[in-house]
Design a binder for this molecule. Sequence first.
Ligand code: FMN
Ligand code: FE2
Ligand code: FE2
Length: 400
Amino acid sequence: MREAQDRLADGVLWIGALDPERRWFDFLPLEHGTTYNSYLVRGSTRTALVDTVHPSFAAPFLERLARLCPAGPDFVVVNHTEPDHAGALAGVLQAYPQAQVVCSRAGAKFLENLLHAGLRPRVVDETARLDLGGRHLRFFITPLLHWPDTMMAYLEEDAILFTCDAFANHFSPSSLWESELPSLEESSRFYYRAIMRPYRDHVQKALARLEGLPLRVIAPSHGPILDRDPAQHLAWYRTWSTPADTAGKAAVVYASAYGNTARLAEAAAAALTAAGIQVRLWDAAREDPSGAADLVDGVQGLLVGSPTIMGDVAHPIWEFLSQLARVPRRGKLAGVFGSYGWSGEAAGILEERLRGLGFRLVVPALRVPLAPASQDLEHIGELAGNFARELETTQEEGPR
Ligand SMILES: Cc1cc2nc3c(=O)[nH]c(=O)nc-3n(C[C@H](O)[C@H](O)[C@H](O)COP(=O)(O)O)c2cc1C
Ligand SMILES: [Fe+2]
Ligand SMILES: [Fe+2]
């Protein structure tokens, strides 16, 4: 890429890496690869490097850094220690031992756990101001966007905000500049949902702190540099991080080989509906598991039914549950049920898993031997009725 194209301002350069072939990133499937954006910021007296790249691109990155900045940076701002951004840090420090690492308090601890190098970084908070000579970097401490260590760096004079994982996109763009690309709304939303949604409270706190900040460019650490309308990205994150109204909404999720658990699920859904709850009945073996996160994000409670299959929960239910790490679910209510033949382990295993995910189990599990009799259908109706009452009484508190 030509250097003129990589300039955010005089003396502010993108020096990242494109990774168009990457298909998996942090266990997330990618269609069009990603990028690792690193930035070189020169003041009249000092130079700062903001983040580095994935370890697989460390060698070309270090070559380019040596060419552009032979004396090396004075500061390496580590906004986030995850190796996709700090992956070339060890190489940078080896080549330029005088460079001072700048990071958050949590970042300092993580760097020690990652590098075991006895680094003595400059730990910054929001009062710190790094003087580069005619240019100053300030910091916003933004934990959990994406890890507890994450912070953002703000170049005051140029109104450039280096946001690391926030406002990023996972693809390898044909141009580095948002203004030369079609709308990023869909791709930003995909990224937000996969990476930021579990921490939406923290997204909202970060947005509140960025309120009113002059912004010419947002320079994230993946995907295009946001030069079209930075405020639009803040507005999108504001919308996406506003929780849906889940009051009075529930889902009944089940899998069933012979229809027994399905009958219990249908009876549960009917009883919830009769109690005034808005219900979605979800057959996990038929529905696309990628919809699980949106389903659960939109409800206040979940009833999950699984038959016992070889001493375990049925596979489609595991697949469903495996999607839930990507949604905030702490404090949501849950209950379990299922048909079994002789040993019936599924309900207990399910309860344990749901509790582990942060759900509150508010009704006793219902296990039914083989085909539900009429009294079993009555029992699942009672379970669902009790669940509906729990939903109503916890509405005010609501899930986090
Ligand atoms: C492949 C297979 C394995 C099973 N393993 C167990 C088991 O380990 N323990 C048990 O209690 N029941 C077991 N069962 C019995 C089912 O739990 C029982 O048939 C149940 O009624 C199925 O409910 P469904 O119609 O909702 O699929 C198994 C059934 C199948 C088909
Ligand atoms: Fe990250
Ligand atoms: Fe990242």
